[in-house]
Design a protein around this ligand. Structure first.
Ligand code: RFL
Ligand code: PHB
Length: 394
């Protein structure tokens, strides 16, 4: 064994969940170390989510990292839904008593948080190999890892498993400690980042018989669009010209006046699943973010759910350290899961509403169309969508 030392909270994973937890704890005088398997450039370059709920923005502000977000983020007060031959705007702000969402890439959130952690001399161990959470069912949990050939041990009070869906923390739990509930969808999304002005000022979610399409953005000059595809789609079958044609077709842009073409900067396929692990705690190990749950991206909830988990977890840890009050730690799993399941429901519903399902029969297809027509015409239905899209309260 190489070196060994003590830390209050050991965090596995340098995604938004781990970084936000580390920074919020730091602001409140609690120190942590983040262990990350990948290198910094990889972590900062992963292109993922783009829509932030107000609650997420508020947390980033509390963490002291909202400066650039407030300057560069795009405030959106509505989204558009296209389907059944129509395209309508859902006025999120009007329907939710003034709430908005902010468009700001997960890459930027990650960069801002890493910069803030390092500026405050916070420790992030990139390229930590073979991270192992140990003894978390005792009051002396440990994390071990290898770096530059040396094995390091961190003795912690608590371990936060923020290491994503394929991480080691959930996988290390003893059999029977948690149950997992899952739905895998028979399709994926082909994501395309392009140097082209977005199709519209707001996001467009489109239902089409060829499959779903989403028109999103990162800025006034960068668009981020998605096409429903097979889960194992071969990217070589999607030259740029086919991508643009299909985007135009699915949003009903027959004269090409809506969709702007431009240099394609990145193309990838995202699989789609709904997944929840429960409970989120085993002894002194707490799961948060994608380590605990996955949503299909249709409702833009993945990153926001990671943030709400961290809202509950950081408060619980602060209460423990500052007031010797463990009630928040004891109720973390139940409190976080109550919100997680509602976001799971919304993401599943948006996904079911807008995608084509390869094996569905005529009746189900007509039901889906009827539901889209109802949504497009009913203020009550739109209010329900809006309330969930802007984010349920923490
Ligand atoms: P992350 O971001 O996956 O971060 C987990 C971190 O843990 C590291 N890690 C380990 N570190 C040490 N040891 C190990 N054994 C480790 N195993 C893993 C990983 O390298 C990583 O750095 O989880 P976090 O922080 O919970 O954040 C969650 C969000 O990232 C996620 O919910 C969203 O990005 C989901 N998601 C999307 N959500 C949206 O709302 N809209 C999107 O368009 C969208 N696109 C996506 C996505 C998720 C994707 N993944 C995970 C497949 C696109 C992709 C490709
Ligand atoms: C994105 O901009 O990447 C994005 C936006 C909305 C979603 C999913 C992804 O629902």
């Amino acid at each position: 064994m190489g070196t060994s030392r003590r830390i209050q909270v050991g965090i596995v994973g340098c995604g938004p969940a781990g970084l936000l937890l580390s920074q919020l704890l730091h602001v409140n005088g609690i120190e942590s170390v983040i262990l990350e398997r990948r290198d910094r450039a990889y972590v900062e370059g992963r292109i993922r989510a783009g829509v932030l709920e107000q609650g997420t923005v508020d947390l980033l502000r509390a963490a002291g990292v909202a400066g650039r977000l407030e300057r560069e983020g795009l405030i959106h007060g509505g989204i558009e839904i296209a389907g059944a031959g129509e395209r309508i705007r859902i006025p999120l702000t009007d329907l939710t008593g003034g709430k908005v969402v902010t468009i700001y890439g997960q890459t930027e959130v990650t960069k801002d948080l890493i910069a803030a952690r390092l500026a405050a001399c916070g420790e992030i161990v990139f390229e930590a190999e073979d991270v192992q959470p140990l003894d978390y069912d005792t009051d002396r949990p440990r994390l071990t890892y290898r770096k530059n050939g040396e094995t390091v041990e961190l003795a912690c009070d608590f371990i936060a498993g923020c290491d994503g869906f394929h991480g080691v923390c959930r996988a290390s739990l003893p059999e029977g400690a948690i149950q997992t509930l899952e739905r895998v969808y028979p399709f994926g999304w082909l994501g395309v980042l392009a140097k082209a002005p977005p199709a519209s000022d707001e996001l467009i979610y489109a239902h089409h018989e060829n499959g779903f399409a989403l028109f999103s953005m990162r800025s006034a000059t960068i668009s981020r669009n998605y096409l429903q595809c097979r889960p194992d789609e071969d990217l070589t079958e999607w030259p740029d010209a086919r991508v643009w044609d299909e985007l135009r077709l699915r949003v009903g842009d027959s004269d090409g006046s809506l969709v702007n073409e431009g240099e394609v900067l990145e193309k990838s396929v995202v699989p789609m699943r709904s997944f929840v692990a429960e409970p989120l705690r085993h002894g002194r190990l707490f799961l948060a973010g994608d380590a605990a749950h996955i949503v299909p991206p249709t409702g833009a909830k993945g990153l926001n759910l990671a943030a709400s988990d961290i809202h509950y977890l950081h408060r619980a840890l602060i209460a423990h350290y500052k007031h010797g009050d463990d009630s928040g730690l004891d109720s973390y799993s139940q409190t976080a899961l109550a919100r997680i399941w509602k976001a799971e429901r919304f993401s599943w519903w948006m996904t079911s509403l807008l995608h084509t399902f390869p094996d569905t029969r005529a009746f189900e297809n007509r039901m889906q169309l009827a539901e889209i027509e109802y949504l497009l015409a009913s203020k009550a239905a739109q209010t329900s969508l809006a309330e969930n899209y802007v984010g349920l309260p923490f």
